[in-house]
Design a protein around this ligand. Sequence first.
Ligand code: PEP
Ligand code: MG
Length: 330
Amino acid sequence: RQKRRAAFAALKAEAPITKDGVRLTVMCNAGLRDDVAALDVTGADGIGLFRTEFQFLVSATLPQRERQLRLYKDVLEAAGDKPVVFRTVDIGGDKALPYLNTHDEIEENPAMGWRALRLALERGGLMKAQARALIEAAGGRTLNVMFPMVSEPWEFDEAKAIFEAQRQWLADRGKRLPNEIRYGAMLEVPGLAEQLDLLLPNLQFLSVGTNDLTQFLFAADRANPKLAERYDWLSPSILRFLRRVVGPCRDAGVDLAVCGEMGGRPLEAMALIGLGIERLSITPAAVGPIKAMVRSLDRGAIVAEMGRLLAAPPRDVRGHLTEWATRNGV
Ligand code: PEP
Ligand code: MG
């Protein structure tokens, strides 16, 4: 075990390049200032998901704009040249904040409730403060920002408009602005996939949150252990769903990433690469194992295999892919 850990650590300086020469992007997920140190430890390509709600969850009072600004500046500074994707707050639902008064009413299904962007668009002051803090923090560099739980393209448009208005507000006051703001949405609500043609022209990247996406696609609570068996990331439903998203993103020039836990598991990540996904953001501990998998994988071969497999899925996709991986030295 120690040997394996040492082998993964040695991969720090190695890029995630497949055997047939495709350079993939492997980033890591973070939520606190200290998490950024994982970039140096793992050699990851950046932070593909910074969960800004962590600061709110660990705080006894609402973090004011100044405190947010300080955190975002520290994070960007610690990340150096590597990109950071900030996700606006995903609070509400089961991540209730006592000081925000989000729980006037008990919700029977908080995961599908008043949370994330739904809440942020109604509590406009919250979103405005966060937008201004992020734009100021990224002065002189690129700001990557994405919105959680987007269900409708207009929600994304409204959130983006809040950021653009704050950019203008800061510009009018002569503040240093980001060189560029890149906008993204999380794909977690399955229905959004039916409106990609309306969404994709307005953003630069899309990030699939497979944790939430899976529970909504399967109607299976991600936190209920009784349903764990029904919750397989290698189900043809998930894999076919994701495959349908890849082409439109590529055609629109939109970067597509997966930032849910699925991408941190070698067999699942192998399947994602076989669907044409080239960007993963995963838990730091998974970066070494995923890099090792990528470097032993022939991308052309897994793409062909996933095409065959999804045309006529076997009952046991997991068993099938495990066997394929063993046979192909992955
Ligand atoms: C997800 O839903 O997959 C995701 C990355 O977001 P979170 O786990 O924070 O809900
Ligand atoms: Mg989520």
